[in-house]
Design a protein around this ligand. Sequence first.
Ligand code: UDP
Length: 479
Amino acid sequence: MKRVILFPFMAQGHLIPFMQLAHLISHRKGYTVTIVNTPSNIDTLRSLLPSTSTTIHLSSLPFNPSDHNLPPNSESTHTLPSPLHILTLLRSSESLRPHFIRLLSDLSSSDGRPPLCIIADVFVAWTVEVARDLGIHHAVFTTCGGCGTAAYFSLWLHSPHLKTPDSSFGVPGFPDGFRLDRSQISGVLKASRGADDERSYSFRRYIRLSMESDAMLCNTVEEVEALGVKALRVVSGLPVWAVGPLLRGPKPVSSLNHDSRACMEWMDSRARGSVVYVSFGSQNRVTASQMRELALGLEMSGRDFVWVVRAPVGFDPEEEFRAEEWLPEGFEERMKNRGVVVRGWAPQVEILSHASVGAFLSHCGWNSVLESLSNGVPVIGWPMGADQYYNAKVMVEELGVCVELKRGLEGEIDGGDVARVVGVVMDGGEMKRRAVEVGVKMRAAMGGGEGGERRGSSLEAFDDFFDKVEAFYNRIFHY
Ligand code: UDP
């Protein structure tokens, strides 16, 4: 058996693509996969794994959040109270190193041959050092897009925004015409003055370690993100394989919980393309006043909507839903025939694949982008941080499938603007057509192969990557 070790970062948006990658690998003849993580993330992964799977194994490494000054039960970004804790979680993953080394030695076959390779998240790139010591092939898997990863790497490595007083600047590794605006710089990057200050040290360290890996896999499609994948090759200096979109498929409605089923049944009653879906991913929260303007905007837009609402900034994320404090007076009552306000967590994949969805008002997290576009749904963008600004840029400028409503979490939004942009995207026939076209390309990249048909580009890239890894392994161990 050829064993592949997968090591995702501890965040919902990372676990799912890693699990999809595991499925793909486990279909290769003679392959078995072990996914490694902390106990509660392993529980999440178990819930994503069919009970019949015999080729994907889960292995949990001991981890105690309070040893790292993290609140109890905080092993994943979506249970963390603040973005600062993400940095702590990032650093704390290194405490897993001795346990990981022990696991790898236990998993070596009886003749002493180690696993075929380790595929690790960019944010646990310290695994490169372990792989080097043990002579194991190592690849990083970025769950972000090509452009998003390349821009993020380049900004941390070269800080082009610190070298000019202008509001816009070029980005090393990208063609000359590619420019970013200061409003597209995340808070952590803004706070970093280019030196190895404590806050940015970890990010730079993981980027540099990632670049010491043997290869990079990216959850994107080469034909959809040609510029981004090319820039990623230049910026990282690594061979890059575009193997996406790695997405989970929709579950049958009957298997969903009561609230999710009710939401899907309500969507069944709506006309094709008539619903705006609003959600900001697994981590982001808006302020109470932004939430009120959003509500007013949705009301003014006159469209049907499904809106995932979480406690606004400053409120305990675990607390009871407080409609009277967070939403305009009487909002839910007035909207009872026009919208669904989902408390906390929605069945996003199922919603975006439903025919009634016409647009997605999103924070532009890469998984959300892939889930939307693979279903041909255009996007109303409100990028809030990290790579989300660059994902929005790709969708607006290269793909023509998005209108940006606002950038960043600072400042207010205006209900009138929300209503206007919702209208532009919902009525944008041309934008919808392009989104459908992108969706076709995305599905084609993961399709084919049956009856002699050519495999899609992402599946071909995936095969090519593993052929090369096997060749490397066979050379070392004289298979
Ligand atoms: N998600 C979901 N329901 C929600 C919010 C998020 O299922 O109410 C899922 C979504 O489908 C996506 C992931 O969580 O797969 C969020 O990942 P993304 O990269 O979009 O954003 P992040 O949460 O990492 O910022």
